[in-house]
Ligand binder design. Structure first.
Ligand SMILES: Cc1cc2nc3c(=O)[nH]c(=O)nc-3n(C[C@H](O)[C@H](O)[C@H](O)COP(=O)(O)OP(=O)(O)OC[C@H]3O[C@@H](n4cnc5c(N)ncnc54)[C@H](O)[C@@H]3O)c2cc1C
Length: 378
């Protein structure tokens, strides 16, 4: 970690401890999202870390960004996720948008005054996202969108949505990406999902009924929407992986501290070799995941995002987070299963990290595709 990263994470750790941690248990139970917390993160510059300063971003690297996400996730996986999805939307607009789109939408997002959301999935098109059915029909001056998007993170609290809809024939080449704003006529919110975890991150259905979006809201061009979505997801996967590391690190910290204090059979439970092996495996999982996350982040910083590494980081870190959080509950025994300690919340929050931004089966599909190419069987 360099000096800047140390300063960034130290400041963030203090903000998380003072402003997020005291609310987490209550808000997890109440399913409450606080915009002031998100905007507080914005004041630290972390809601637009990698975006250029000319659009209000912090102009930092992806390696800096993954440290920041890890730090937030140590206190709250859902707030880290809100930052990461909003950042993915910004990256997409910055990468694929034109000057007018960047000037219009980025400053409110980078500052954290507004939140961005990414709408690809539909009820029949999850892993097979290219099968999406939402349509965008060309009309005078723009497009008319019809359809329903499912499980959209920050649905209802976000102002700017990147929506993938079909302008052409079947398959990925028929998909286009649009910028849609909360309040646009014909755009409304459906049911809010009741979830196992990520309780403070709203997940909502988006409903489009003859929703008109002007031509100027098309990103990149007709038929380019799947490329836009996949470009965003490569980076998004590394962000989710960084969140997995934060989630695991917190549970490791809780477990070691508890094991050193808790006495059974007249000795700290840490001194039982059975638990030492478990804690050592947990620590190794955290470190190896972090190394992969940084290798993937460095490939992005070098301008050559390595899709195989991005998928490996997501797979390793989030499968690891599930293992480490589950083991943390075990190390803490009975209290681990109660809300007296946060490890049960982290265990619930870890599960969906294995599902979003491409399930971990899909990450394996991506890795295998690269292996086939590397071994000359493209
Ligand atoms: C809390 C939450 C937040 C989300 N946020 C967003 C969001 O912001 N934006 C968005 O667009 N989507 C979002 N999603 C949707 C998420 O991306 C999808 O749930 C995910 O892509 C999986 O799709 P699915 O649920 O339809 O599962 P399916 O695709 O039906 O998969 C079911 C099972 O089959 C497996 N499977 C499918 N295909 C293959 C294959 N080829 N090989 C091996 N196994 C396979 C899967 O791995 C999985 O285990 C969110 C979901 C949740 C739960």
């Amino acid at each position: 970690m360099n000096e800047l990263q140390k300063e960034l994470t130290t400041n963030l750790a203090k903000f998380c401890k003072d402003s997020i941690e005291p609310h987490m248990e209550h808000d997890d139970e109440a399913g409450k999202f606080r915009l002031d917390i998100f905007q507080g993160l914005g004041a630290y510059g972390v809601t637009g870390i990698t975006l250029p300063t000319e659009y209000g971003g912090a102009g930092l690297s992806y390696s800096d960004y993954v440290y920041a996400l890890e730090e937030i996730a140590k206190t709250s996986v859902p707030y880290a996720v809100t930052v990461s999805v909003s950042s993915m939307v910004q990256t997409i607009i910055n990468e694929y948008g034109n000057d007018a789109q960047k000037k219009k939408y980025l400053p409110a997002l980078t500052s954290g005054q507004e939140i961005g959301a990414f709408a690809l999935s539909e009820s029949h098109a999850g892993s097979d996202a290219a099968g999406l059915k939402t349509t965008a029909k060309k009309v005078a001056g723009g497009y008319q969108i019809n359809g329903t998007k499912m499980w959209i993170t920050s649905g209802g609290i976000a102002k700017t949505y990147i929506v993938m809809a079909r302008t052409g024939g079947e398959g990925p080449k028929g998909v286009s990406a649009f910028i849609v704003r909360d309040g646009d006529k014909g755009f409304s919110f459906g049911k809010a999902e009741k979830k196992m975890g990520w309780k403070t991150s709203p997940t909502r259905e988006l409903v489009f009924e003859n929703c008109f979006v002007p031509d100027e809201n098309l990103l990149l061009g007709e038929g380019k929407g799947f490329n836009v979505a996949m470009g965003g997801l490569d980076r998004g996967r590394v962000a989710i992986a960084a969140i997995g590391v934060g989630c695991s690190q917190r549970c490791l910290d809780e477990s070691v501290r508890y094991a050193l204090e808790r006495q059974q059979f007249n000795q700290p439970i840490f001194d039982f070799q059975g638990l030492q092996f478990m804690l050592s495996d947990m620590a190794t999982e955290v470190e190896s995941s972090r190394l992969l996350v940084h290798a993937a982040a460095q490939s992005i910083d070098a301008g050559t995002p390595n899709a195989k590494l991005c998928s490996m980081a997501k797979l390793k870190s989030t499968d690891g987070a599930m293992r480490v959080t589950t083991d943390a509950v075990q190390v803490l025994g009975g209290v681990g299963y109660t809300s007296e300690f946060p490890v049960e919340r982290f265990m619930r929050d870890a599960k969906v990290l294995q599902i979003v931004e491409g399930t971990n089966q899909i990450q394996r599909v991506v890795i295998a595709r690269h292996l086939k190419k590397e071994y000359g069987h493209a």
